[in-house]
Write a protein that binds this ligand. Structure first.
Ligand SMILES: *Cc1c(COP(=O)(O)O)cnc(C)c1O
Length: 411
């Protein structure tokens, strides 16, 4: 089989014969996209409210991305970090100038960014706190990635199953539960200090689109200051404008010591980053590395995403479109109370929370796909809406109308 034979109809059985079966896939193959619209190999159009799982910040085939990619690939793609990379420096400067962080490490994915954060916390524990066996506290229902350390950090037993022995040094607490956190720290630190860091999402994405509470995060910040514990935020899904602010933690009125980004940063090109404040910048030469990390190509595209977000005032669109979407989906909770409990989220990361025992998230996603709307589940009871950040007013209305149709067919 060659690329030419992929279309017009794509044989999914052939695919399954060669690719490892690690994903449950929907039976369509997407071939091209433009803005918030994608087309499958049969020529069918879909309104894309998945955006490659919250990654395609500027939608598909954005002119600025096409220009940057085309220009950079003709100049230089990859050289490794043996040398200075001007594009990496420029993207790091933009990130530092637009956040509370002082330094950036680049890698290729969200899991890898969190791996970097976990290593940072361990070195911080060892060199600053004098803790030899540190513990990192994470939340239940969290999602931090699929590498061994990040899947251990992920507080969902279903992702741990059959992968023992897991990485030691993690402890889970319920999300948004201050008392449970304080109790856990007191117990862990009972004989000697052990807690080195808290790694937590400002809004839990994969775990059900569950926003963090302001009072909870502000108290976490105080606890971390008092005990010199690192507050590390996983902004892989909400960072880079998706929440309506550039960083999710701006919705909580706190600054982390370190945070990670990935999904939205490259607008669909694989890139991840760990951002740190000077106070916990304990990595020295040789401590951490990535062959592909921050290469000229991905950083040029990341910089283009960043500059376009700023230049085109996209954050304002995220706020307005997010309110429009929540208002429209909120009406569905009134119209179909047997199926829809409520809608929650920030900016353009929103979850339609379903009633237990009614219809499941995957059923809603499949029904919406049949009507030409792409959505993604966040667990079994939440349907996630994460369109490109350039989504228009008319496209939001269309998504609301199609979702309404899903439930009117069920009722
Ligand atoms: C997607 C995600 C990750 C993992 O990112 P990958 O690029 O798939 O490794 C980590 N944390 C959060 C919050 C995510 O949403």
């Amino acid at each position: 089989m060659t690329l030419d034979t992929l279309t017009p109809t794509y044989n999914t059985e052939t695919f399954d014969r060669y690719v490892m079966q690690t994903y449950g896939r929907f039976p369509i193959a997407l071939e091209r996209g433009k803005g918030c619209r994608v087309w499958d190999t049969q020529g069918r159009a879909y309104l894309d409210f998945v955006a490659g799982i919250a990654t395609c910040t500027l939608g598909h085939a954005h002119p600025a991305i096409i220009a940057a990619v085309t220009d950079q690939i003709q100049k230089l793609q990859h050289v490794s970090n043996l040398y200075y990379i001007p594009e990496q420096g420029a993207l790091a400067q933009w990130l530092v100038e637009h956040s509370c962080a002082d330094r950036v490490f680049f890698c290729n994915s969200g899991a890898e960014a969190n791996e970097g954060a976990i290593k940072l916390a361990r070195k911080y524990a060892s060199t600053v706190l004098n803790i030899s066996e540190p513990v990192i506290i994470t939340a239940q229902s969290s999602f931090h990635g699929r590498t061994l350390a990040t899947v251990t950090a992920t507080g969902q037993p279903k992702y741990h199953k059959n992968f023992n022995p897991l990485v030691p040094g993690f402890h889970y607490v319920p999300y948004n539960d201050l008392e449970a956190l304080e109790t856990a720290i007191a117990q862990l630190d009972q004989d000697q200090p052990r807690v080195a860091a808290i790694l937590i999402e400002p809004l839990q994405g994969e775990g059900g689109v569950n926003p963090g509470e302001i009072a909870y995060f502000q108290r976490i910040r105080e606890i971390c200051d008092e005990k010199k514990i690192l507050l590390m935020l996983d902004e892989v899904q909400v960072g880079m404008g998706r929440s309506g602010k550039l960083w999710g933690h701006e919705n909580l009125g706190i600054e982390p010591d370190a945070f990670t980004v990935a999904k939205g940063l490259g607008g669909g090109i694989p890139i991840g980053a760990l951002l740190v404040k000077s106070s916990c910048n304990v990595f020295q030469s040789g401590d951490h590395a990535s062959t592909f990390g921050g290469n000229p190509f991905v950083c040029r595209v990341g910089l283009t995403v960043a500059e376009t977000l700023e230049k085109d005032g996209i954050l304002e669109n995220v706020l307005a479109r997010g309110e429009q979407l929540r208002a429209g989906l909120g009406q569905l909770a009134e119209r179909y109370p047997q199926y829809v409990a409520k809608v929650r989220g920030w900016g353009l990361i929103n979850g339609l929370v379903l009633q237990p025992g009614g219809v499941t998230a995957i059923e809603v996603v499949k029904a919406a796909m049949d009507l030409g709307l792409l959505l993604v589940p966040a667990g079994t009871e939440v349907v996630r809406y994460v369109p490109p950040l350039i989504v228009s007013e008319a496209e939001i209305d269309e998504a609301i109308a199609l979702t309404n149709k899903v439930f009117s067919q069920l009722a």
